[in-house]
Design a protein around this ligand. Structure first.
Ligand code: COI
Length: 371
């Protein structure tokens, strides 16, 4: 694997304006000056590894990713601490999931070391773009696509792995306030044996229809149920889901149809560390409604890299609404949000070995790679 990253910097006059008002960042709207890219073919392996000024990609109109969806991606963040440090959070988990997604879609994989080097080099080069306001960060989007021009249905032989980054605020317009969720009783996200646990474009393209229904009814997101019985809770559009029932923290198990979220795993670990009762178990939508109506279900929240911890205030299922925790952010969501964001910004003792400060580590190597 080619380890050298050639860097071509943007001309000063072509630099983009860095947004200054963090309250208006939103999510996924701004992109920095450079992107990382590398290409794969059977003869050369990964090669042409570089960081260059942002530009439209040039791929063949017949590229396999455009016709048969061989595309996988990741989402992670770089954080600027109060101490001015630059922090990454559990990036190895994203590297691992990207490899798993690639394997599921019969795509060429990227090894952990290469992934980490690519992410760190780009983040360090673009460090001015990391916002400093609370609840903001530099969102990192690694992507792999099959690029060979061929219209027969078979796995690609040529791939591009690229990474774009951009400053981002809260994913939802609600910020860290309860969201209203619509439970889909007809459309399903994934079936066992399908693509549900891969982070691939198809899962998101497929979700748009139900997402549109939810929006038009005044809800922010869709909660998916299982594809066979239409009964068991799976996940929310861009997040995993948690419920607190009689002080027990419950989330559906990873059984092949659910995205194995890094934040999900972190929340499970943190809650166990805090001595809470934690269960990864099947939970039906009927149980959720019964327990919410009886008052035993006191909190629900989603977890995700983009969404962080996102409280759920209202659920709607088959025309019936239930309000959770008086439609207010609950104590566990609050505590987790506070702890996680402090940890990610290097402000908490890193008990789990999840946080890596990168600005001190790699800056010399960055200069060496400057090509
Ligand atoms: C993330 O949380 O990073 C995601 O990838 C969700 C995204 C589809 C908005």
């Amino acid at each position: 694997m080619n380890k050298t990253i050639a860097i071509r910097r943007v001309r000063p006059e072509a630099r983009r304006a860095i947004p200054t008002d963090a309250s208006k960042l939103g999510f996924g709207r701004y992109f920095s000056d450079h992107f990382f890219a590398t290409e794969f073919d059977r003869q050369n392996g990964w090669h042409l590894t570089r960081i260059e000024p942002m530009r439209p990609l040039q791929i063949d109109a017949a590229a396999i990713c455009l016709h048969y969806g061989q595309e996988v991606f990741e989402g992670l963040k770089a954080y600027r601490g109060k101490d001015d440090g630059i922090y990454l959070f559990r990036w190895q988990k994203n590297a691992e999931r990207l490899r798993n997604s690639c394997r599921r879609l019969m795509m060429e994989t990227v090894d952990e070391e290469f992934f980490g080097r690519a992410v760190k080099t780009l983040v360090l080069l673009e460090q001015e773009w990391i916002p400093r306001a609370p609840s903001s960060s530099l969102y990192i989007r690694p992507t792999v696509i099959a690029t060979d021009p061929f219209l027969g249905v078979r796995p690609g032989d040529e791939y591009a792995f690229y990474i774009i980054v951009g400053p981002a605020g809260p994913y939802y317009p609600e910020g860290f306030n309860p969201v209203r969720i619509w439970v889909s009783s007809e459309d399903v996200r994934a079936v066992r044996g399908g693509l549900g646990e891969a982070k691939t474009a198809a899962n998101y393209a497929h979700s748009l229809c139900a997402q549109h229904k939810a929006k038009s009814l005044g809800y922010t997101q869709v909660l998916w149920l299982d594809a066979i019985e239409h009964r068991w809770v799976e996940e929310v559009g861009t997040m995993n889901i948690f419920f607190v029932i009689n002080d027990e923290v419950i989330t559906p198990p990873l059984a092949g149809t659910i995205l194995p979220g890094v934040t999900r795993d972190s929340v499970l670990t943190i809650c166990r560390h805090w001595g809470m009762k934690v269960s990864e178990r099947a939970i039906s939508i009927d149980e959720v409604f019964e327990q919410a109506s009886s008052g035993a279900l006191t909190e629900a929240f989603g977890t995700g890299t983009a969404a962080v911890i996102s409280p759920v205030g209202v659920l709607s299922y088959k025309g019936k609404e239930v309000v959770i925790g008086r439609n207010q952010t609950g104590p566990l969501a609050n505590r987790l949000h506070d702890y996680l964001t402090r940890l990610q910004h290097g402000e908490e003792e890193d008990l789990f070995g999840w946080v890596e400060r990168i600005d001190k580590l790699d800056i010399d190597q960055l200069a060496v790679w400057n090509g």
